[in-house]
Design a binder for this molecule. Sequence first.
Ligand SMILES: C[S@@+](CC[C@H](N)C(=O)[O-])C[C@H]1O[C@@H](n2cnc3c(N)ncnc32)[C@H](O)[C@@H]1O
Length: 235
Amino acid sequence: MTHPRGTIPSPNIWHHTATYELENRAADPDGRLWDAMAARADWTDRVVLDLGCGTGFHLPRFAETAAKVIGVEPHDGLVRLARRRLRTRAVSDRAEVLAGTAQAIPLPDSSVDVVHVRWAYFFGRGCEPGLVELDRVLRPGGTALIIDNDGSRSTFGAWFRRGYPHLDPPAEIERFWSLRGWTLDRVDMGWRFASRADLEAVVRIELAPEVADEVLRHHEGVEVDYAVNLWSKTF
Ligand SMILES: C[S@@+](CC[C@H](N)C(=O)[O-])C[C@H]1O[C@@H](n2cnc3c(N)ncnc32)[C@H](O)[C@@H]1O
């Protein structure tokens, strides 16, 4: 299958979609990340863009209070699943999903108030075309929220560093965003699973088999201390 230019492969959600759903359900069980996002941007009665929305897990939550929610996603199969989610959650009148990428957002200039970008591998070093697009689609005074792993702390942060040693070190990532005027909130989001089997399945789609075996051997229970970075900027 071919994907639009600029698409970054996401093996976890592309190939293990049902397990990725368990991961989304387990994340942020006490709502700390949502609280931190709401402290940086108010989307009540506003237009929200969820960029790289995957299966649209977060769209219904935004649709509870936003005037309109648009998901943009390059993977055809996930676009279809996200649209189906909107229909089954009866929010199709306030939310839609478009095929597209961060580098070529299929929306007019100055048409969005809040952009949400979660677990976005496509927003790292070299993502300048995507940042230019954010600037284009956001109305003046609009806010972008980017959520990503914080490899500098927490149990999951340590697992992540072991699993992805080739990624930029946390200090480099912070430098990249800070230099461009983004503000950092450190959030102890956490994972809490319904069962040990769910936790193990999710760890196995996020880490290579030998790293997953090793971390699971040393970790008990259904919860994981998991820190994320919320980067925000008002344009
Ligand atoms: C790890 S998933 C996260 C999905 C969703 N944000 C969530 O929290 O459930 C990353 C998503 O980004 C999408 N993606 C990859 N490259 C992209 C790009 N250049 N622009 C926009 N989305 C992209 C992938 O197809 C995938 O659905």
